[in-house]
Design a protein around this ligand. Structure first.
Ligand code: NOJ
Length: 579
């Protein structure tokens, strides 16, 4: 009898363990050394001379991407789109937009990337579709059809503020801007019902994943288990499976926290993604999910492998890089809490907001998933902006990005210091983000080698500073930002301490920034001084060190009896190995 009980306990134990494993995020080995390169496909390389980048163009540049040291790609949306929000308004998730090529071109990109040891991640806009999607068109007409409940429709909205509703008639056909983001519902007067719920612009109706706690007085709020929300969930899984089976290695998930509505603690949304994770663990254990959630403790719990620290969510990114009052793409949650960003030559900023929040997220997610601090992305400024515009300054920011824990993401062109272009008009729903989406600058020739089109047909203007901000010029210059980035990545890859999984300890914050990266017995000390002033500070004893990266004329760590002294010239970046 006793034996039987023990056996039951063991079996139960195995079952629970099996279940726990299925739910926990499995991080494939390759993530330990992954360095991503993000591409805005319309702006990377045009292979057919129509002025817009495309998938074969990306394939033709894989050797270049590899030469930087990157071994993974994230492409912004490439599926058939209405182009009212840079591809984030998807019409057909199963088909590459004709402007970019064909599904076969995508399969070819994956094959060629894999031959070079590069993974390919696409962008999954899970929270909404285009209003031109056939699913939405069907749901617009009538209830009780296949796609009717993929969206949220209602004839009454009794208890909402007038600003929560936007009238479709008043905005239809216009270039959408951020002012349309305030409203939650669109007054459409469709045959199906009067209003639909949107997720971003009015052209992006929210997909229906249900409500965390449906309000009985709101009949449009279905539960997450209702047939409509369950069908939407299955569809998303089908989309992932479709592309995984074609060779895609993962997805960056757009607005991943937005799926289940009225879910303030995100429990229901987390549960939804856990289900996806379980399925991926079982069927595609080498594939990854990257969230645009910007709250790593929540997203990593939900089963994402990587989450970002960016311009929203957990505060901190802004206080490092966004100068207040500079138009730069998007507002940040820490705006108003600081007067100067840290990476600014005035030297009046502070890393306090950043590290308080970063270390909190880092400690909660360590060993479970990765945090990415990207150089930029398609929604906000590049590092080259306003008076952070010299190669030396950009080298200091690059040294930061390439020596932090987690997964580095280089936004295309940041390796050559492309500028955030001020004053460009919105294009395809870019609103204030146009300046970060300009074409990649390859050569010193016409259209910077991006396209053979006539210059008036180019997607957006190029701006190479007389050819210096191009791959061609920087390949030839051993001191270029491009070659500096390559060297930094080489160093990062040579050491577990400096890599994605190494630990971090902050030693000194406000000029210079000093932190230690370590793994086992190996350790490095990074000294960054983005300010124009030379600085000198005392730090606790670190043992003897050797400069392994940077110019020894720029500073030093001098060993003392009870403490060490660090000196760093204005605008300098130095990396020391602890001996
Ligand atoms: C976040 C994406 O990064 C952004 O470009 C897009 O406009 C919104 N989500 C809506 O999909």
């Amino acid at each position: 009898m006793k034996k039987k009980k023990a056996l039951v306990a063991v079996v139960l134990g195995f079952l629970t363990l099996g279940h726990m494993n299925a739910n926990a995020t499995q991080n494939p080995e390759w993530l330990k050394n992954a360095i991503f390169y993000q591409i805005y496909p319309s702006s990377f390389m045009d292979s057919d001379g129509n002025g817009i980048g495309d998938v074969p163009g990306i394939t033709s540049k894989l050797d270049y991407i590899k030469s930087i040291g990157c071994n993974a790609l994230w492409l912004n949306p490439v599926f058939v789109s209405g182009w009212t929000d840079g591809g984030y308004d998807v019409i057909d998730f199963y088909k590459i937009d004709p402007r970019f090529g064909t599904n076969t071109d995508m399969v070819k990109l994956c094959e060629e990337a894999h031959k070079r040891g590069i993974k390919v991640c696409l962008d999954l806009v899970a929270g909404h579709t285009s209003d031109q999607s056939p699913w939405f068109k069907q749901s617009w007409e009538a209830p009780n059809e296949q796609y009717s409940d993929y969206y949220i429709w209602t004839d009454e909205l009794s208890d909402v503020k007038p600003t929560d509703i936007i009238k479709l008639k008043e905005v239809q056909g216009k270039e959408f801007g951020y002012e349309t983001l305030i409203a939650r519902y669109v007054e459409a007067d469709a045959p199906r019902a009067k209003y639909y719920e949107k997720n971003f612009y009015p052209s992006q109706p929210a997909l229906n994943y249900g409500y965390a706690n449906p309000d009985p007085s709101h009949p449009w709020e279905q539960s997450v288990n209702a047939p409509g929300p369950q069908a939407t969930r299955r569809e998303m899984r089908n989309i992932m499976q479709f592309w995984f089976d074609k060779g895609v290695d993962g997805f960056r998930v757009d607005m991943a926290a937005s799926l289940v509505k009225n879910d303030p603690d995100k429990k229901a949304t987390i549960a939804l993604w856990k289900e996806m994770r379980e399925w991926i663990n079982k069927n595609y254990p080498e594939n990854v999910l990257i969230s645009e959630w910007a709250n790593p403790p929540q997203s990593i719990e939900a089963g994402f492998n990587i989450d970002f620290m960016i311009h929203f969510g957990v505060p901190g990114y802004g206080s490092l890089f966004f100068q207040p009052n500079t138009p730069n793409g998007r507002s940040v949650p820490d705006r108003g809490q600081y007067e100067h960003c840290y990476f600014e030559k005035a030297g009046l900023g502070s890393t306090e907001i950043f590290f308080k929040n970063y270390l909190n997220s880092y400690n909660e997610t360590k060993g479970k998933g990765y945090i990415a601090i990207p150089t930029a992305n398609h929604d906000f400024q590049r590092p080259n902006i306003a008076d952070r515009n010299t190669m030396d300054q950009l080298k200091v920011t690059q040294a930061f990005f390439m020596t932090m824990p987690g997964t580095p993401f280089i936004y295309y062109g940041d390796e050559i210091g492309m500028k955030f272009e001020m004053g460009l008009k919105p294009k395809e729903g870019s609103a204030e983000r146009t300046g970060t989406r300009t074409p990649m600058q390859w050569t010193t020739g016409q259209n910077a080698g991006f396209s053979t089109c006539s210059p008036d047909k180019i997607f957006l203007p190029v701006d190479t500073d007389n050819g210096s901000l191009t791959v061609e010029a920087q390949e030839k210059d051993p001191n270029s930002l491009l070659n500096y980035t390559r060297e930094l990545i080489k160093l990062r890859k040579s050491s577990t301490a400096l890599g994605n999984t190494g630990d971090i300890e902050v030693i000194h914050e406000n000029y210079p920034l000093i932190y230690k990266r370590s793994a086992g017995n190996e350790a490095y000390i990074i000294v960054l001084n983005p300010s124009a002033k030379a600085v000198s500070v005392s730090i606790p004893k670190q043992g003897s060190t050797e400069l392994v990266f940077g110019d020894k004329k720029q500073g030093a760590i001098k060993e003392g009896k009870t403490s060490d002294k660090v000196v760093a010239k204005g605008i300098s970046a130095l990396i020391y190995k602890v001996k």
